[in-house]
Ligand binder design. Structure first.
Ligand code: NAD
Ligand code: IPM
Ligand code: MN
Length: 348
């Protein structure tokens, strides 16, 4: 099995290094790795954030383990050359339309959540985020109005097949959990969302065992901090899912805790923490690597057919936290490497 390692920028290489150490320590059989540049690092070395050779490796690999991209030096480049185009380009080129972002609180982290422990401890949910459409991939540009003003625009759209396929992932995910699906949209204002709501409601007929409800995204954001325990699975569009998952991460203790899987529906996946390159802490050994380690576990489960190894790594993360492992985002002072060491100790 070939795993493409795409460390990227900022803390990306720091957290990927720990995930690979944990995979090695877990003794996962038949894994080989190839590393390739993405993001600002690739732009600086090769003039493009997603070089041809990196894309070729991504196509060839059985799974991809991705760190993060984003570099303040690159924020004024023309958009097609910016680091973020690497992750957007991979999601599009590989058809990775289904983004699973589980958010649950490890009991030991109740004190790290931004919510009161009794509210936070109930969070155990999956955000199913559509990843190939929405305002992210519509026509966009800058133009001048007839009155001579600069105007930026980004077209938001979904067609019914795009909504139907992510809705099915949402229903299937809910069916395998507690059977509750909440579809989040802005149908009171947006036509894109009205279609979304109509199609999700139609698909519900195929899943009589799943309880479907709808929420507007503003209310959903409020409910997520009022009572996160009410959610089982949320299915939503690309933009709303991006925002709600960062918010959910703080209910679960830290953005450094949330893993993700981006799936093509045929077994291939890109696995990454939900966080970015964190330029404010890059190079200081402060990054929490657990989101990336948990992403590696998701990779073993969803793309590489090794659920037992995934279980062992997830249990080791829980045990490390129970033994007191805390990076600065969790209120402690352990370095990135010390956090990796704690997981490796727990594996043995
Ligand atoms: P960010 O997620 O990088 O950081 C937000 C805050 O969370 C920062 O204070 C950071 O220090 C902290 N943080 C993030 N990950 C952490 C970790 N593992 N441990 C401890 N603290 C952590 O978001 P941002 O600052 O808005 O974006 C920085 C860059 O990352 C931008 O260029 C953005 O486009 C990019 N980005 C990339 C991805 C990705 O590659 N998938 C995701 C999000 C943001
Ligand atoms: C994420 C990130 C990306 C997104 C950016 C970097 C394009 O925020 O993976 O959550 O918006 O999808
Ligand atoms: Mn994001």
């Amino acid at each position: 099995m070939l795993v493409a390692l795409l460390p990227g920028d900022g803390i990306g290489p720091e957290v990927i290094a720990e995930a690979v150490r944990v995979l090695d320590a877990a003794g996962v059989s038949d894994l080989s790795y190839e590393t390739a540049p993405v993001g600002g690092a690739a732009y600086k070395a090769e003039g493009h954030p997603l070089p041809e050779a990196t894309l070729a490796l991504a196509r060839r690999a059985d799974a991809l383990l991705f760190g993060a991209v984003g570099d303040p030096d690159c924020d004024r480049l023309e958009r097609r050359l910016r680091p973020e185009q690497a992750i957007l380009g991979l999601r599009a080129a590989l058809g990775l339309f289904a983004n699973l972002r589980p958010a649950k609180l490890f009991p030991e982290l109740a004190d790290a959540s931004a919510l009161r422990p009794e509210v936070a401890s109930a969070i155990d949910m999956v955000i199913v985020r559509e990843l190939n459409g929405d305002v992210y991939f519509g026509e966009k540009g800058m133009r001048t109005t007839p009155g001579g003003l600069r105007q930026g625009y980004d077209v938001m759209s979904y067609d019914e097949s795009e909504v139907a396929r992510i809705a099915r992932v949402g229903f299937e995910t809910a069916r395998a959990r507690r059977g509750k699906l909440t579809s989040v949209d802005k149908a009171n204002v947006l036509e894109t969302s009205q279609l979304w709501r109509d199609v999700v409601t139609e698909i519900a007929a195929e899943y009589p065992d799943v309880a479907l409800s709808h929420l507007y995204v503003d209310n959903a954001a409020m409910q997520l901090v009022r009572n996160p325990g009410q959610f089982d699975v949320i299915v939503t569009g690309n933009l709303f899912g991006d925002i709600l998952s960062d918010q959910a991460s703080m209910c679960a203790g830290s953005i450094g805790m949330l893993p993700s899987a981006a799936l093509d529906g045929a077994g291939k996946g890109l696995y990454e923490p939900i966080h970015g390159s964190a330029p404010d802490i890059a190079g200081q050994a402060k990054a929490n690597p657990l989101a990336t380690i948990l992403s590696a576990a998701m990779m073993l489960r969803y793309s590489l057919g090794k659920p037992d190894d995934a279980d062992r790594i997830e249990a080791a993360v829980a045990a490390a936290l129970a033994a007191g492992a805390r990076s600065p985002d969790l209120g402690g002072s352990m370095t990135t490497t010390e956090m990796g060491d704690a997981v490796i100790r727990a594996l043995r």
